[in-house]
Design a protein around this ligand. Structure first.
Ligand code: FAD
Ligand code: HEM
Length: 389
């Protein structure tokens, strides 16, 4: 796509989204058009389409923001297309989505702004997005959906469970990737989770799930998961991972369940002969949030290339934490625990110019840590994280 086409799409999109409540209005107009003009498409979507459920529109705006970086965007779209097979999406649905989005855009854009050239630019942009997703889905030979049986559900904190499943057939995801999951108590509500172990021939997989206050799916997983129930899993997504034979040192920063994809990568690296040096910072609000220290300690003791520094915001456990023992400050194989805001602490060790960086955690933690690292001299191109939607 030429740079003028990209510029036209981005300018019109930003002009609409920048208005007060612009993206919400765009999302609701898009869905209203889509469901009115193509009623059969409604069945793909969850019953409750509240304001938080504009994931599709957020994803499209994330995509439009990256039109100028085709070498990053096209693999991302290909993964999405393979994953969208889980919805049973067919090429004609892409036409429905593209047409509805353009109609919604035209409705909110200034009439003067929406010229024939802009209209054609949108057609071109949406066609590239759709063709990339459809093409990748067509070429894919792996299953559209994997199913797995829950074999263990362990509560490790009052709002955090570790769930292990045995898949009906093994999935070859790369350590560090994430995938979307649907649990039986929340039909059609797919959510992304990151496997906490590398792929294996037995099809064993593990997820760490924190119940988000007011969330639809995560509290149901924490409170209602039963041994023997069947979960559905979509295709693997994401580009975190440590390439074999890389000489670049790695900085990994993970908070809460963000440790899952990092630990999967470290476990996978532990099976290799040669590894670059890795410094992992694992963070939580309280010492009790560092629920996986035992495993990380074993990995740090066994692998000399790995340094682990735990970080907490508060030195004491909260009153509601049932274990009244003093939290251990020193853990075998690990650096002493630090107290403070994780981004600030990590940046303080910096500037990390000779490291590739991965940040995993809540969107605000990822943004703040990235900002701190950039302010301390780390180049943006060396920082990776998953999309924040
Ligand atoms: C790439 C990726 C990988 C992920 N991996 C994991 C994982 O391994 N384990 C895990 O537990 N979760 C993970 N998540 C988050 C997960 O996908 C869900 O977003 C989360 O569980 C909330 O879903 P929900 O249905 O309970 O909440 P929703 O009903 O979707 O949202 C309810 C409210 O909670 C807010 N909210 C959503 N997520 C968060 C959050 N993380 N922190 C604070 N507020 C939030 C929403 O903005 C909304 O206001 C991952 C997300 C992404 C994008
Ligand atoms: C135009 C290109 C499209 C892009 C970039 C895109 C991207 C995304 C992304 C990233 C998500 C959120 C994560 C997920 O659950 O997979 C999503 C959700 C979804 N997409 Fe797509 N998608 C596109 C087209 C379509 C089409 C054609 C359909 C079929 C009608 C579709 C149906 C859905 C559904 C049902 C959801 C879940 C919505 C929710 O949970 O609120 N998408 N899309």
């Amino acid at each position: 796509m030429d740079s003028r086409t990209v510029a036209l799409i981005r300018t019109t999109f930003k002009a609409v989204a920048a208005e007060e409540g612009g993206s919400e209005k765009l999302a609701s107009s898009f869905y209203a058009t889509l469901f009115t003009d193509y009623p059969r498409v409604r069945d793909f979507f969850p019953a409750a389409m509240d304001s938080q459920r504009d994931r599709l529109v957020k994803a499209i705006s994330y995509t439009l923001d990256r039109l100028e970086e085709p070498n990053k965007l096209l693999p991302f779209l290909a993964q999405l297309g393979r994953d969208h097979r889980k919805y049973g999406v067919e090429p004609e649905h892409y036409v429905a989505v593209a047409t509805s989005l353009k109609t919604a855009m035209r409705r909110f854009a200034d009439t003067e702004m929406w010229t024939d050239e802009v209209d054609r630019a949108w057609d071109d942009g949406l066609a590239i997005i759709s063709e990339t997703m459809i093409g990748a889905a067509d070429r894919e030979e792996t299953p559209a959906i994997w199913s797995g049986t829950v074999v263990e559900c362990r509560s490790v904190l009052r709002n955090l469970v570790v769930v292990r499943l045995r898949l009906d057939q093994p999935m070859s995801y790369a350590a560090g990737q994430y995938l979307s999951v649907q649990v039986p108590s929340r039909p059609r509500m797919w959510r992304y989770l990151s496997p906490a172990v590398p792929a294996n021939a037995d099809g064993d997989i593990e997820f760490h799930i924190r119940g988000v206050l007011g969330g639809w799916v995560s509290p149901a997983i924490v409170g209602q998961t039963r041994i023997g129930e069947q979960w559905l899993l979509g295709s693997p997504l994401g580009g975190l991972g440590v390439p074999r034979n890389t000489k670049r040192k790695m900085l990994m920063v993970g908070c809460g369940t963000g440790i899952a994809p990092l630990r999967a990568q470290i476990m996978s690296m532990a099976q290799r002969r040669i590894n670059p040096k890795v410094h992992l910072f694992v963070g939580g609000h309280y010492p009790c949030d560092l629920y996986d220290l035992e495993m990380l300690s074993q990995l740090a003791v066994a692998n000399t290339w790995l340094t682990v520094t735990p970080v907490v915001e508060n030195d004491e456990n909260p009153w509601w934490h049932v274990d009244s023992r003093e939290p251990a400050r020193e853990v075998p194989g690990m650096e002493p625990r630090r107290t403070g805001q994780i981004g600030k602490i990590v940046a303080g060790f910096g500037p990390w110019t000779d490291h590739d960086v991965q940040i995993v955690g809540s969107p605000s933690m990822v943004q703040t840590t990235k900002f701190r690292l950039m302010a301390a001299g780390t180049e943006t191109k060396n920082i990776r994280h998953d999309p924040l939607f």
